[in-house]
Every structure is written in C-alpha cells, then in structure tokens.
Design a binder for this molecule. Structure first.
Ligand SMILES: NC(=O)c1ccc[n+]([C@@H]2O[C@H](COP(=O)([O-])OP(=O)(O)OC[C@H]3O[C@@H](n4cnc5c(N)ncnc54)[C@H](OP(=O)(O)O)[C@@H]3O)[C@@H](O)[C@H]2O)c1
Length: 280
C-alpha cells in the first residue's frame, strides 16, 4: 500500500509527503541523496536515482503508487521494474506544453516521459504544470542583497503555480478514485508580469523591490549554470513569446482540490523569508 515519492528534496515532493502523511497514507521518500531529504517522522527515506536502475528494486518493494519526476534516463527501466513490483498507479510530474507539436528540449523530455508511462501498462495521471512560482527563487540573492530583480523580460506574463497546489492535486490523484487517465493542466489563478512579480515580492518583504532589465546574454549564461543550452534556449523562447501570448490560465486546481489556486502574492508571502536579508 506504500506510496513512493521520488525527488524527495524537491519543493513539490516535500509538501506532498507532508500532505500524504496527514491523510494517513504509508509514504516512502525517495531521492538521490536520501540523507539530505530529511522526511518527517514516520517516513522512511530510500536511495532512488531515476538514472540508476541499480537503485530501483529496493525503493519499489511493497509500493503500489508512485509520484514520479520526468527524468528521461532510465525511465523505461524504472517503469518495467515498477510493473513487476506491483505498482498500480503512477502520477507523473510532467509539464504544460503550449505547443503540442513543439520539438524543444523541455517539450521533448515531458512528451517522451508521458509516452513511456502510457506504454508501461500501469494506470497513470499526468500533472502538467505551467511555470512554477518557485522559479522566481532565482531572484532571491539579488533581492536580499540589493532589493533588485534582474530579468530580460519585464512584460513576460505567466500564471505561476504554487508548489503546494501541485502537491494538493497529486494527493487527490494518489488517494482518490477517478483520476486515472486524466491529464491536468495546472496554473496559478491569474496572469502576472515579471515586473508585477517583483512588486509583489516587495510587498511581501515590506520594502520596495526594483526591476532592472537584464542583458539577454548575461541571462543565458546564468541559465547555463543549472541546465543544458537546449533547455536554456527553450526557456528564453517561451519567456519572449509570453509577452504577447502567455499560456492560458486554467481552473484545474480548483476543480480537483475544491479550493482556488494560490496567487503569486500568496506565494511571495509564503516565501518572504527567502527574499529577506539574513539576520545579522
Ligand atoms: N520549473 C518549472 O517551471 C517547471 C514547469 C513544469 C514542469 N516542471 C517539472 O518539474 C521538475 C522539477 O522542477 P524543479 O527543478 O523546479 O524542482 P525542484 O524543486 O528543484 O526539484 C527537482 C527534484 O528533481 C529530482 N531529480 C532530478 N534528477 C533526478 C534523478 N536522476 N533521480 C531522482 N530524482 C531526481 C531531485 O530529487 P533529489 O535531489 O531529491 O534526488 C529534486 O528533488 C522539472 O524537472 C520538470 O520536469 C518544472
């Protein structure tokens, strides 16, 4: 009956583990560094690197449901072992693709992952979030140090989704009947520009935050520090397109969980500590 939650250190997985525990579900936290996952009391942490098949069998013993990150390496192997272990339902953290025919790196990773899960014969639910609100934590160091958000796209608009809302939808999908075969497009409740996001962070921390338009190549270099050049290109293209053609807002969080999706302002208040000066 155990639910395996992969990516245990991730923002979504941490909230999901707490919420599953509150519903009384047996949960196992899985990650590449289980010691660092530090799950709550009553939850075991196990090694599971989705790119390393040697770590799958122990993690999957006794598991009937999985919350799965879309790590393409090793995915087919993981799914075959999951089927053998008796897993009956996989909730995949995919992504909202604005253009289903797109061949960019982000679209490809998530489309391939969905197709692999669908082929596995295990029942599935796809969570397709748009931009995560947590992406803006990348602004935290400059907000803390100088009260500035640096970004090349002040007028790029999105409806950033709160990690707690993605986790809340995942809880429903993992614990209630009726979600198998569903693909849920998840966004926040309203479009906000990046300039407005900076203002909302300022309101949350109680001091003004200035928006400075960043040089595009400097931005590309920053992106390259944490991802591939292909994903960096895709992020830049999507950010530019979202000035005139933002991804439409959905009401799926409300429909699935019965409560409205949290706004970016609420997210900024929840994370105000991340944007405040360190206490001296
Ligand atoms: N950022 C967005 O706007 C966005 C939008 C739509 C969808 N997504 C999807 O959400 C995913 C996570 O987003 P994020 O980076 O913002 O989240 P994050 O909170 O930084 O978490 C990333 C998690 O991915 C796990 N992970 C990565 N490689 C892994 C591997 N080989 N084996 C096991 N776990 C692995 C890590 O697990 P451990 O370190 O605990 O092992 C980590 O907990 C993305 O990869 C993407 O598929 C993101």
């Amino acid at each position: 009956m155990t639910i395996l939650v992969t990516g245990a250190r991730g923002h979504i997985a941490r909230g999901l583990i707490q919420q599953l525990l509150a519903t009384g579900q047996p949960v196992r936290a899985a990650g590449r560094n289980p010691g660092a996952a530090r799950p709550p009391a009553g939850v075991d942490a196990v090694l599971c690197d989705l790119a390393d098949p040697d770590t799958f069998d122990t993690a999957l013993t006794g598991v009937t449901k999985v919350f799965l990150y879309a790590e393409p390496r090793g995915l087919d192997d993981f799914l075959a072992r999951a089927a053998t272990a008796g897993v009956q339902h996989i909730v995949l953290l995919s992504a909202l693709l604005t253009d289903p025919a797109s061949t960019d790196a982000i679209s490809r990773i998530h489309r391939d992952a969905e197709q692999a899960v669908a082929r596995s014969g295990i029942a599935w639910t796809f969570l397709r979030p748009g931009a995560f609100a947590t992406n803006t934590l990348q602004w935290a160091p400059s907000v803390r140090a100088e009260g500035v958000v640096r970004d090349p796209f002040p007028d790029s608009r999105s409806a950033p989704v709160h990690e707690a809302d993605i986790a809340a939808v995942a809880v429903r999908a993992l614990t209630e009947p009726g979600h198998q075969g569903a693909a849920y497009a998840l966004t926040g409740p309203e479009l906000v520009s990046r300039r407005r996001q900076a203002e909302l962070i300022g309101e949350a921390v109680g001091r003004p935050v200035r928006f400075a338009v960043q040089d595009l190549e400097e931005y590309r270099e920053e992106l390259s520090a944490w991802t591939t050049p292909q994903v960096a290109d895709a992020v830049i293209r999507e950010s530019a397109a979202a000035v005139d053609r933002p991804t439409p807002v959905t009401d799926t969080v409300q429909k699935v969980t019965g409560r409205p999706a949290r706004t970016y302002g609420e997210w900024a208040r929840d994370h105000a500590g991340d944007f405040r000066d360190e206490p001296s």
